[in-house]
Design a protein around this ligand. Structure first.
Ligand code: 9G3
Length: 570
């Protein structure tokens, strides 16, 4: 493609409201333009990258046995009423009426549509499992669209849905989809983790988010330095590092601690480290008082607490409730001699505490030399705390570090969350009517493009991985008014095209500096410059990622480019 023909409106200055690198660079390099908040056009270069990412997605989904189809963006409200989501979703779901005043949703996702298609067409276990996907525009009226394509209101998603008779079949497809996702994000050159995620609103047994590690990520993940373990902070399990202390158990003693209430204050007042203090928090779980005990240097993870208590609502007790159930105020709450009306649950690390400190359930007083079991009972122990950096990884390999992540994919085991209300049923091998199980699998395709741009750039511009670069080679006639350089450039352009390179030829009558700056901005992997030594049959080749440049005789150019291409591929 000749750059003098290409529609590529580059910008010199950084757009004001673009506050992450990928957003700034995709705008400046003429890949996208904003039409409205969270709504973008893909200009030719952006469209080429999008197309390549979609094809990688397509190849891996087809290889994994999913069949491509296309569903409408306009969805009958009746379908969302069947699943109940017409009423449960708020302004984020874009709705409209057609000319006959009929209600529609603009597709934010397609569980209802796909389930309505499959329930009408699939009646026998012989037709299962079935795995269908589409690559399609989605609409979600985000309250605060931001970071360009990373959080838009109209975006491209690959969404796949699988249908099963048996749970094992769903489990198998789920693993196959996870492997396909790993292949897709690896081929896009992304540093990602498959993160165990909280089941969240849409139910289903477990689910994984595919997170690109990035400083601007909105999610916090815990991952192991020595294995592929990774989990959302809320979900990350804690491996109990049992520490048996030979310390002699001392006599329980009540001491005055005056105004010292918080862990820090008690730690300072009694001059003991926080990991010797039992942090006691009174919660109300579905109306029942529960005293939760964790070590003083740990934090209660309320999602784990809720799951452990299988409670729907878990909230910290008010002062009045503390007064009512423990006859004291927060800051002096403890587990010693507590009424049996209050259930006591302890984090798994608490039973290993020796000669600890805890509130005496009397304002201004604490107990010292408190020993679990001897001085207080608890009905159960569980993993109730947030993971912290440095914890042993739950798989025993390496230690936990935290990182921010950009969610580019999400795979779910839905179970019967949609097939039940929408009656997607089949006859099993015994002729018995059964409800199908489902899985769903999403990739933010336009978000993936932005994530690649976010993680592959430098102060001069974008640096595209070979797999999705908009063009392979940037051929530049340094001075296109110079006949010798123009002639050789034209010749090389034809030769590279014949040799199968998708070449962008900068034939514009611009100063060299402008051409080089634009080339750095656009970020093609290999640049060939036809300059002063054209007469000697020598051109310069520059590798965008490493910045290395080489003087190469024209006769060796193609083989040299292939060699550099292979080096960049590994
Ligand atoms: C909505 C709106 C926003 C939404 C949803 C529905 C997220 C919604 C979850 C999913 C689950 C999976 C299939 C592909 C993979 C993800 N935001 N989700 O259901 F109406 Cl406005 O989309 N869907």
């Amino acid at each position: 493609m000749r750059q003098s023909q290409l529609f590529i409106p580059t910008l010199r200055e950084v757009p004001a409201d673009a506050d992450v690198k990928s957003h700034q660079l995709l705008l400046r390099a003429g890949f996208i333009r904003q039409n409205a908040a969270g709504i973008y056009s893909f200009l030719p270069l952006g469209k080429k990258v999008l197309h390549k990412i979609e094809n990688i997605v397509r190849e891996e989904m087809n290889r994994a046995g999913s069949q491509e189809m296309m569903m409408p963006a306009l969805q009958l409200a009746e379908l969302w009423q069947e699943s109940g989501r017409w009423y449960s979703y708020g302004p984020e779901l874009m709705r409209l009426k057609d000319r006959h005043e009929r209600d529609f949703a603009l597709g934010a996702t397609h569980e209802e549509v796909i389930t309505s298609i499959v329930r009408d067409e699939v009646k026998s276990y012989k037709k299962l499992p079935l795995n269908l996907y589409q690559i399609q525009t989605k609409f979600r009226d985000e309250k605060r669209p931001r970071f360009g394509l990373l959080r838009g209101r109209e975006f491209i998603m690959k969404d796949a849905y699988s249908f099963h008779d048996k749970q094992e079949s769903l489990d198998e497809t789920y693993e196959t989809m996870k492997d396909a996702y790993s292949a897709i994000f690896s081929r896009c050159g992304l540093n990602f983790r498959a993160v165990l995620a909280d089941s969240g609103a849409i139910g289903g047994k477990d689910n994984h988010e595919f997170m690109v590690l990035s400083d601007i990520g909105e999610d916090l993940i815990a991952y192991s330095t020595e294995s592929d373990f990774a989990a959302n902070i809320e979900m990350a399990p804690v491996l109990l590092a049992e520490q048996h202390s030979s310390e002699e158990r001392l006599e329980l003693e009540k001491v005055e601690t005056k105004q010292a209430k918080s862990i820090e204050e008690v730690s300072k007042f009694l001059n003991i480290s926080s990991d010797k203090i039992i942090k006691s928090l009174l919660y109300i779980a579905d109306e029942h008082p529960v005293l939760v005990l964790v070590r003083g240097d740990h934090e209660v993870n309320e999602i784990k607490l809720k799951n452990e208590l299988s409670a729907t609502d878990v909230v910290l007790a008010t002062e009045e409730e503390a007064q009512k159930w423990l006859n004291t105020v927060p800051g002096s709450i403890g587990p010693v001699s507590v009424t049996s009306d209050v259930k006591i649950i302890a984090d798994q690390a608490v039973p290993f505490m020796v000669n600890a400190v805890c509130g005496a359930n009397e304002a201004g007083f604490h107990y010292v030399n408190v020993n679990p079991k001897r001085d207080f009972e608890y009905s159960q122990t569980a993993d109730l705390r947030f993971v912290v950096q440095g914890d042993l990884s739950p798989d025993g390999k390496g230690n936990i570090v935290f990182a921010k992540g950009i969610e580019v994919g999400h795979v779910f085991k839905l179970g019967k969350v949609y097939s039940e209300p929408m009656k997607a049923a089949y006859l099993d091998e015994n002729g018995k009517n059964q409800i199908m199980s489902m899985g769903c699998y999403g990739i933010g395709v336009s978000r993936t493009l932005a994530a690649v741009a976010e993680e592959n750039n430098d102060d001069k511009g974008l640096i595209w991985p070979l797999s999705i670069t908009p063009f392979d080679v940037h051929l530049i006639a340094v001075n296109s008014k110079n006949a010798e350089q123009a002639a050789l450039s034209d010749e090389l352009y034809d030769q590279m095209k014949n040799d199968g390179f998708d070449c962008l030829y900068d034939d514009r009558p611009e100063r060299a500096g402008v051409k080089f700056a634009d080339s750095d901005l656009i970020g093609l992997p290999i640049r060939v410059m036809v300059g002063k030594r054209a007469g000697e049959g020598i051109v310069e080749v520059k590798i965008r990622k490493s910045g290395e440049s080489f003087e190469v005789p024209v006769s060796e150019l193609i083989s040299f480019i292939r060699q550099e291409w292979d080096k960049l591929s590994n």
